[in-house]
Design a protein around this ligand. Structure first.
Ligand SMILES: [Zn+2]
Length: 246
């Protein structure tokens, strides 16, 4: 079968195709062409009209321009832009200084909190405490005593900690006089308020306390006295943070 030779309309390289072909691709510039035949023309080569094939992915054809180095740079730069944008969008959800989250404010004062914020705080704390202690305390159960004794708002310009401290009582299941009262501190970091709610920023709370052993087998988290808790949890912030106690 005789090959027809014609110049690539894009780069001038030689293109080869047969009479039967309806399209062809340039080996050099990788462009694809549709082949039309005009039988009025006398020269065989002139009878074939090549027009660039329109494919749905034509937008990517610019990658065929330039050498490997240029293509690599375009891909790396595009990748970096995506990574930087993605990082900033995710960071923006947590960072009040981000351009993506201008409306979120770090809570630094008691007056920043509303009654519904306190309920959110208590509810999340209660869930955390029961997740951490249930099953671990074995025969000891929390008899419903769960009260926020104090709340600390500890902050500087960039970071804050909301530390509510709960007083809970655990009793041995068959012996009400075997009772243990514990102070349990929950540490919520970088609590922000947005659209008048702190609800979306409370998912990283941690119980910050030693394990307190009721006896050799059963234990829960907490401090038996408040002063030890203050010295171990709150005092370490005194140097670098503003501490508000309520
Ligand atoms: Zn070409």
């Amino acid at each position: 079968m005789r090959l027809i030779e014609k110049e690539c309309p894009n780069c001038g390289a030689e293109l080869h195709f047969t009479k039967e072909d309806t399209s062809c691709k340039c080996e050099y510039c990788k462009r694809e062409f549709e082949i039309e035949r005009d039988t009025d023309k006398k020269r065989v080569v002139d009878q074939y009209i090549l027009s660039e094939l329109k494919t749905p992915f034509k937008i990517f054809s610019f990658f065929t321009v330039g050498n490997f180095f240029v293509q690599a740079v375009i891909i790396i730069v595009t990748f970096l832009i995506i990574v930087i944008l993605g990082y900033n969008i995710i960071k923006g959800l947590n960072d009040s200084n981000s351009i993506f989250n201008r409306n979120a404010n770090l809570i630094t004062n008691i007056s920043d909190l509303s009654n519904s914020d306190y309920s959110t705080l208590d509810l999340n704390s209660k869930i955390l405490i029961s997740n951490e202690t249930s099953g671990i305390t074995g025969s000891y159960t929390n008899k419903g005593s769960f009260k926020r004794e104090k709340l600390y708002i500890i902050s500087n310009e960039k970071t804050n900690y909301l530390i509510p401290i709960y007083k809970t009582t655990y009793e041995y299941f068959s012996n009400g006089s075997d009772k243990h009262t514990l102070y349990i501190p929950i540490v919520f970091k970088n609590v922000r308020k947005r659209n008048n709610s702190i609800a979306f920023y409370l998912d990283n709370g941690k119980i910050s306390a030693p394990e307190y052993h009721f006896n050799e087998d059963n234990y829960s988290y907490g401090y038996t006295d408040f002063d030890t808790l203050y010295n171990e949890i709150i005092k370490k912030y005194e140097k670098d943070y503003k501490i508000i106690e309520k």
